[in-house]
Design a binder for this molecule. Structure first.
Ligand code: NAP
Length: 273
């Protein structure tokens, strides 16, 4: 549950709130009653939907209609394709179908969520998404050289997801951390967990200051890039959400700090591979 205090602050910023349950809040598996219960119409102003269903351009209109019906609305502001396969990503028919949905006022804008730079480049080259959603963080900097300048050139916004490296960039985990089945981190190989924990502890040591937590430093890094329109850190508790929101008021990273983080990433955080 979001605290009243947090809701008040978000309202004060003129922001709507979409309360999500599970990874695909508007997906086919969602029971409409649950959506009704979760979404307070007064709170939902900027509605974003991730489409988990569409597998072909032809399927998009059908999938969107089902999403609209589950959300009890006639349009979504930003409709994002959820990690489409390359065949859909690189097919002009995908974007023609989305353009039609836009003309029908069922979506205001559309975007594509991707995993790799190649997919981002392909989406920009083939279609005209308003935004790309991609995993950008201190640990995932591979977008900066090619994708960001291209996105700026084509005026495509960037939604930076997983800015906290799924929690590891908060510095709270140790090398023995385990995760329950169903958590995406459950199957992560131990060397990967170890590497992420060690890198976080090196970052903590180097960048710790009383007025900026490591989580906030990680968010500040992502937000330091003008190509990034917004970041969407996940939060499991009101305290997480409060800390993450307060990143906006924490001191910015200096150019020197950003350069150091870029360099650490280039050296693989001195993990020796
Ligand atoms: N399109 C896609 O393919 C895709 C894929 C993944 C995610 N996403 C979206 O991207 C967004 C972010 O992803 P994510 O939540 O996996 O990654 P994230 O934002 O990097 O990590 C968030 C996680 O870190 C922990 N956390 C957050 N704030 C914290 C704080 N202040 N202090 C301590 N721990 C904190 C919480 O998990 P714990 O407490 O369990 O550590 C939280 O769930 C979500 O909205 C998700 O829907 C999209």
């Amino acid at each position: 549950m979001l605290s009243e205090q947090l809701l008040g602050r978000l309202r004060g910023l003129g922001l709507g709130v979409q309360v999500q349950r599970g990874r695909h809040p508007v997906g086919p598996q969602q029971n409409p009653a649950t959506v009704e219960e979760d979404l307070d119409p007064l709170e939902v102003r900027n509605l974003l939907a991730l489409d988990p269903l569409a597998k072909t351009p032809h399927h998009l209109a059908f999938a969107l209609d089902r999403t609209l019906s589950r959300l009890r609305t006639d349009h979504v502001d930003l409709y994002q394709l959820h990690n489409p396969p390359l065949s859909l990503l690189g097919d002009p028919a995908t974007y023609e179908a989305l353009d039609r949905l836009q003309e029908e006022n069922k979506i205001r804008h559309y975007g594509v969520s991707v995993h790799e730079p190649l997919e981002a480049v392909l989406a920009i080259q083939t279609g005209k998404p308003t935004v790309l959603q991609l995993p950008f963080s201190i640990y995932r900097q591979e977008w900066i050289e090619e994708v960001f300048p291209m996105a700026a050139r084509y005026r495509v916004g960037i939604i930076a997801r997983e800015p906290l490296a799924n929690g590891f960039l908060t510095g709270k985990y140790d090398e023995d951390a385990t995760f329950v089945p169903g958590d995406i981190r459950h199957h992560w190989p131990r060397p990967m967990i170890r590497g992420q924990v060690r890198a976080a502890s090196a970052l903590k040591e180097r960048f710790a200051r009383p007025d900026r937590t490591l989580a906030q430093t990680a968010l500040k890094f992502v937000l330091a890039f003008p190509e990034v329109s917004v970041t969407i850190p996940g939060a499991k508790t009101p305290a997480h959400a409060e800390e993450n929101l307060a990143a906006s008021e924490a001191p910015d990273l200096s150019q020197k700090e950003i350069a150091t983080i870029r360099e650490l990433h280039a050296r693989d955080f001195d993990m020796g591979g």
